[in-house]
Design a protein around this ligand. Structure first.
Ligand code: PLP
Ligand code: COI
Length: 356
């Protein structure tokens, strides 16, 4: 892939106060664009000044949500260099998502090269403050100018980059989540394991209702029996029950195979924790909470990092986990993950990819 780079002649001012960055609201000077059609395949890879894009109003993405995306971050280390965390995993997951939705697959090498080149161009935007990073948002969508829905003939892949702070306004402080018992997000055979925009649209009503009640996000149950725990709106979930770390299995393809989840399971196993990936019913969880056996609960995600769960609402009843404080295992995972990401501890897993 050859990337044509056109730099902006009007660079924007970098955020003066990184503590006020928030999440995903401010963007760097450039973006990557890659076009696809069924005649030429992927072509015209380019980095251009960040700005609005123009699309035909009949573009498939607007009508049938043919869209998938990814989320990864670039981190500034103490020596000033910038590095990525497991970008190949994001590239592979986007390929799986695209395949499920009927979008063309961006080759893994092209995805990684595009991310590296764009971050290299906008390197100066990578924040220096603790806990801040560049949130990278690759997205891929159908652009056929036709209201008829057929095999796609054209698509576009774009990457935008947002200097960001913590996803949750309260940072690493515990978040409150509630089990959603009405709406469902994913069913077997559906798109739950993909990062497609449609999953988040299906989740939106319950998320808004939860926010109105003061919760950060909902905890989804399986879409068939509404009996088993699946994941949170923007993160996977783990519980430490009676000394064992338990997390919902991803085998039925209804849960997003989180890269943070995969990484944290590896760290836990490596450190000798007993780990179980399996079905967890609401009944089992409720009984364990009531018996005081749920020692810790936390979510894992690129945006959310490792977020302790302070309050869990089950069928209208609030349960406080670990006295509403961050637990030992949660803290260990947070420190290990952020330590590797910011280059403060050795990356013995080979997860880091430097940006030249
Ligand atoms: N589950 C959902 C629904 C998500 O949106 C995310 C965020 O990307 C995750 C889980 C965590 O995945 P990852 O760790 O790859 O960011
Ligand atoms: C991420 O963690 O990268 C996500 O995509 C979650 C998103 C809802 C911000």
């Amino acid at each position: 892939m050859e990337i044509k780079i056109t730099k902006t002649t009007t660079p924007a001012a970098k955020p003066a106060d990184e503590s006020k960055l928030g999440f995903g609201k401010c963007f760097t000077d450039h973006m990557f664009i890659y076009d696809w059609n069924d005649k030429d395949g992927w072509h015209d890879a380019r980095i251009v000044p960040f700005g609005n894009i123009s699309l035909h109003p009949a573009s498939t993405v607007f009508h049938y949500a043919l869209e998938v995306f990814e989320g990864l971050k670039a981190y500034r280390t103490a020596d000033g260099s910038v590095q990525l965390f497991r970008p190949i995993e994001n590239a592979k997951r986007m390929a799986d998502s695209a395949e499920r939705i009927g979008l063309p697959v961006v080759p893994v090498d092209d995805f990684v090269e595009a991310v590296k080149t764009l971050i290299s161009v906008d390197k100066d935007w990578c924040p220096y403050s603790d806990g801040c990073s560049l949130y990278i948002r690759p997205f891929l969508f159908g652009t056929d100018a036709s209201v008829g829905l057929h095999t796609l003939h054209s698509a576009q892949f774009i990457i935008i980059v947002a200097p960001s702070g913590a996803y949750y306004a309260n940072g690493i402080n515990p978040v409150d989540i509630m089990i959603e018992t009405h709406d469902v997000r994913a069913v077997r055979g559906g798109t739950g394991y993909t990062k497609c925009g449609g999953n988040y649209a299906a989740a939106q009503r319950a998320t808004v209702e939860a926010e109105k009640k003061g919760f950060s996000q909902v905890l989804w149950l399986d879409g068939v029996e509404q009996k088993y725990i699946e994941e949170v709106g923007a993160m996977n979930i783990m519980f430490k029950i009676d000394g064992t770390v338990v997390t919902p299995s991803i085998a039925e393809k209804t849960v997003l195979p989180g890269i943070t989840r995969k990484s944290m399971l590896e760290v836990l196993r490596d450190k000798g924790f007993k780990v179980e990936e399996r079905k967890i019913s609401v009944q089992e969880l409720t009984e364990a909470v009531k018996a005081g056996k749920v020692e810790e609960a936390w979510g894992t995600g690129t945006a959310a990092v490792v977020s302790p769960v302070g309050k869990l609402q089950i069928e209208g009843v609030d349960y406080i986990i670990n006295g509403g404080k961050i637990g030992e295992t949660t803290q260990m995972l947070y420190d290990t993950l952020t330590g590797i990401q910011w280059g403060k501890i050795e990356d013995k897993y080979g997860w880091i990819v430097p940006v030249d």
